[in-house]
Write a protein that binds this ligand. Structure first.
Ligand code: NAD
Ligand code: UGA
Length: 458
């Protein structure tokens, strides 16, 4: 079959996988190929065990794979055969050299630019889907246009706003799609071609176009604003605990102001995930680079508040359990950084588990989807760690439950059954404010939520 457009996604991760799957599902007239340097990842995309868990994703893959969606490791061939290339490679925080711990590590991205240059035999539209520092498109253009010959490259910025756990619905029905381009004749033509792809399923008013630098910056700013709301509510949760106020009541009262809005005001153990911290630190680095130390300090405080919230949570566990955890068994309920994903990158559970191990607690971890990643993350950590799929088995014989992920299943557990199987006095540290406080208290638990008075029998 002849396809109207050949589209390539480079990087088959949490973003490249689902976003290319959605394009294939919505654009039957396009052939979509997804490549990765990691052969295991590609093999998993070609199997029944997808490398990424997202509700609804498997069904879409089954509908499209082998028809207009293909996963491959043949990067060079794929570059030469496709004329629209989405770059979805990882851009983690740099761990070495200048800007270590803050700036984005652009080595994967630059490697991709060079691979595109080496293997392109015709002109291409190259689309930044990875989250990148402002002005990266300029560097990309410089690398791509360093070749000889008549081939031209138009670079677009099309940052992705999907969240994990809701990737399919976010991609199917996004608040907006943002496409930034150069405002030259060929830049605008490239922009129009990408608009045409998204127009297969997205209404024109939701497709925003802008200059390329605005698009790059908007992505960092959107994540910074979202994370800032989480840090703001978490900072107030600390005050609530001191002043006998209830953070859920405060969040509701504040969030019903339509100018403020109710979303992203859930207090808890702090934000995790591969992007919030990385993108804010990247923004902070850029502010320093452009000589704006006050702006940098303002945004850095969002990350500092998140660290404080996690430290505060673990200090509360220690204090409430009579200042010693040594030899006590603690059940960590939930290891992924949020519900409905198996992703554990920067998960608060990782930090909190390490603190529990440092206090010589024995840790039993349970999670519906993240146990394999948890075991990978902790493989070098010393201490007693067990992994149990079944939450009832995990909790049996423990002194405390520490709820770290907002999985729905933890809202409806039989806490009476769990209480019966635990060592007394039994504690719940609800880092997501999801259990019924009064009910658990009446069962016999000492319950410590975030930003609300504790319910204790002492
Ligand atoms: P990821 O680590 O899951 O996936 C990146 C993939 O790129 C990996 O599989 C890696 O093997 C591959 N890769 C690296 N270099 C390559 C190369 N030269 N050629 C081919 N493949 C290569 O990362 P992710 O979570 O998908 O994030 C990717 C980008 O998207 C990041 O910039 C991130 O900030 C951004 N983003 C992520 C999310 C999210 O929810 N995870 C949402 C929006 C934006
Ligand atoms: C976030 C953004 O929401 C996406 O728009 C963005 O595309 C993505 O980052 C990215 O660039 O990677 P994600 O990290 O997948 O998505 O998940 P979120 O729903 O934003 O949650 C992030 C963290 O904040 C989680 O740990 C979550 O539990 C926490 N959170 C969120 C709270 O503690 N309280 C809230 O009210 C909301």
């Amino acid at each position: 079959m002849e396809f109207k457009t050949n589209i390539l996604g480079i990087g088959a991760g949490y973003v490249g996988g689902p976003s290319m799957v959605m394009i294939a599902a919505k654009c039957p007239d396009c052939k979509v190929t997804v490549v990765d340097i990691n052969p295991q990842r590609i093999a998993a995309w070609n199997s029944d065990q997808l490398p990424v868990y997202e509700p609804g994703l498997e069904e879409l893959v089954q509908k499209t794979r082998g028809k207009n969606l293909f996963f491959s490791t043949e990067l060079e061939k794929a570059i030469s055969e496709n004329d629209m290339i989405f770059v979805c490679v990882n851009t983690p925080t740099k761990t070495f050299g200048a800007g270590a711990g803050m700036a984005a590590d652009l080595q994967y991205w630059e490697q991709t630019a060079r691979q595109i240059l080496e293997n392109a035999q015709s002109s291409k539209i190259v689309i930044e889907k990875s989250t990148l520092p402002i002005k990266t498109a300029q560097a990309m253009e410089r690398i791509l246009n360093s070749g000889k010959g008549n081939i031209t490259f138009d670079v677009l910025s099309n940052p992705e706003f999907m969240a994990e756990g809701t990737a399919v619905s976010d991609l199917e029905n996004p608040d907006r799609v943002l496409i930034g381009s150069r405002e030259t004749e060929s830049g605008l033509a490239a922009r129009a071609r990408l608009v045409e792809i998204y127009s297969h399923w997205i209404k024109p008013e939701k497709i925003l176009t802008s200059n390329i630098w605005s698009a790059e910056l908007s992505k960092l700013v959107a994540n910074a604003f979202l994370a800032q709301r989480v840090s703001s509510i978490n900072s107030i949760s600390a005050l609530c605990e001191k002043a006998d106020a209830d953070i859920s009541e405060v969040a509701k009262a504040v969030g019903t102001d339509s100018r403020i809005g109710s979303k992203f005001l859930q207090a808890g153990v702090g934000f995790g995930g591969s992007c919030f911290k990385k993108d804010i630190l990247n923004l902070v680095y850029l502010c320093h680079f452009y000589g704006l130390p006050e702006v940098a300090a303002y945004w850095e405080s969002v990350v500092k508040m998140n660290d404080y919230q996690q430290r505060r949570f673990i200090a509360n566990i220690l204090r409430s359990m009579f200042n010693t955890l040594a030899g006590k068994k603690v059940c960590v309920m939930g290891f992924s950084f949020k519900a409905d994903t198996g992703d554990t990158r920067e998960s608060p559970a990782l930090y909190i588990t390490r603190m529990l191990l440092e206090e010589h607690a024995e840790v039993v971890i349970t999670d519906p989807k993240a146990l394999k990643n948890a075991a990978d993350d902790l493989k070098r950590d010393k201490g007693k760690i067990q992994y149990r799929e079944d939450p009832y088995e995990a909790a049996a014989g423990c002194h405390a439950l520490v709820i770290l992920t907002d999985w729905n299943v933890y809202k409806t557990l039989d806490y009476q059954r769990i209480y019966t199987s635990m060592v007394k006095p039994a504690f719940i540290f609800d880092g997501r404010n999801i259990v019924d406080l009064q009910k658990c208290f009446e069962i016999g638990f000492n319950v410590f939520p975030v930003g609300k008075p504790a319910w204790t029998h002492f």
